[in-house]
Design a binder for this molecule. Sequence first.
Ligand code: ADP
Ligand code: MG
Length: 504
Amino acid sequence: MTGSAFGFVGEINERGLFDTMAISNPGWDACKMPGSKAAKSIINMALRGIWAGVLKRGESMMVHDPSSHTDSAGVPEGHPPITGFLGAPLKEGGRTFGMIALANKKTHYTTSDRKAVEDLSISFVETLMRHRAESRLRRYRKAVESSRELIAVVDRKYRYQLVNHAFLAQWKSKRELIIGRSVEEVLGREVFEHTVRSHLDACFKGEDVSFEMQREYPEMGVRDLEVNYFPIRDDGGVTQIVAVMRDVTEQKLLEARLRQSQKMEAVGRLAGGVAHDFNSLLTSIIGFSDVVKMKMGRDNPLCEYMEEIRKARDKAAALTRQLLAFSRKETVQPRVVDLNFRITDALKMLERLIGDDVRMVTRLDPDLWKVKIDPGQVDQMVMNLVVNAGDAMPTGGTLTLETANKDLATFFIDREAEQRPKRYVILVVSDTGMGMDEETLSHIFEPFFTTKGIGKGTGLGLSTVYGVVKQNNGFIRPVSEEGKGTTFNIYLPAVEEEKLIVNS
Ligand code: ADP
Ligand code: MG
């Protein structure tokens, strides 16, 4: 542009030295200073000599005879002599941060050369700043893109300038369909006017804003969101808003379930406490009604009523026993148990847990092997399965409790087969109820999984059963089809004969 032999551009670094960003090839090649073999893109120079005057004064300089100039510090050894110099500062917001330097034009530099270099420095600064802003953004883009939170940048006209991957995924949308559109268009007029706009405006006034809202998304439906708006300030005030949103739907659900299960835990304890007190009252009811009956004599006409009282109090006794078993918090105490006995014993109480329309059938193998398990756990397991079966048959049906021996000696063929017990006792609880689809079936053992309404299901029934079965080295196989009922097969290892003898 000016016909200069040499030229360089650079800026002052944080250590106060001059970093050359670019230097002309002829200029570089002509420099034969010791140590100048280093990469030419990063040469640190102390701020001295004529050229440094541009940086100090923040003004362009044109010098015809540099060696006689007052600023001259000479040139380093090996550096070609400087016959003419033209320099212009790089300025941003009034601050000089670097310069463009030219040297050794064949003739004198002119004022139009000076003007050209001053203009060049202005457009150079603009380009440099834009480039740096973009690369800064690129650097953050990775973080923004990979964030699981929904992030959007909105301008003063409520238009989306930037959205991240999570945002697009939630909206099932594409970047080009969102960028440039207004928040009102994307969220709908109703949501924009009633919930979003006032928050955005507050943020444009410079406040950090956070609030919770519900928003409907395609496919995902209504979701709970935690929203945060942060203002981005420029010299002229807030120019943009960064919106960071977190989908807290699942978290809220979990919290609700946790609350529900804590409530159930409390109810369980309460029931246990009441059952305990009730049991003592029952003892006196039983004792005194026995006395009355004895004193009445067999042919007393009131005997019939006394008999009804006896039945009722037996039921009450069975019920409290089960309640106590259920709410018991003691550590497990496995014993050799006859499952048939536990089931028969609990039958009356179990019948009461299910509707009148449900017929209860038992098929218990009289030669059933014994199992080693905490009897309380058996009761709880059977009770949970029976309650579920009852729930699945709101308009009646048949509930079957079955026990059988099962020799699985040839069943396992994997590597650990040798170590596994061979003989199992199988407990089958089946109903003719509504059944389950595959999706439901794949989740039933998860704690808190329930398809029953709030206040009805805890989702802890089957996870407890699963825990008990696993703890006792058994396994559980559910079989179900929608509309065709459900069967739970529970396998518990049978106690080996020899151990049984030692135990008893
Ligand atoms: P809850 O009974 O509190 O819902 P459970 O862990 O006992 O929790 O059961 C989890 C879910 O499994 C139930 O909500 C229901 O959808 C399903 N389920 C369990 N047993 C049956 C059954 N016998 N028939 C149909 N669905 C069942
Ligand atoms: Mg249940």
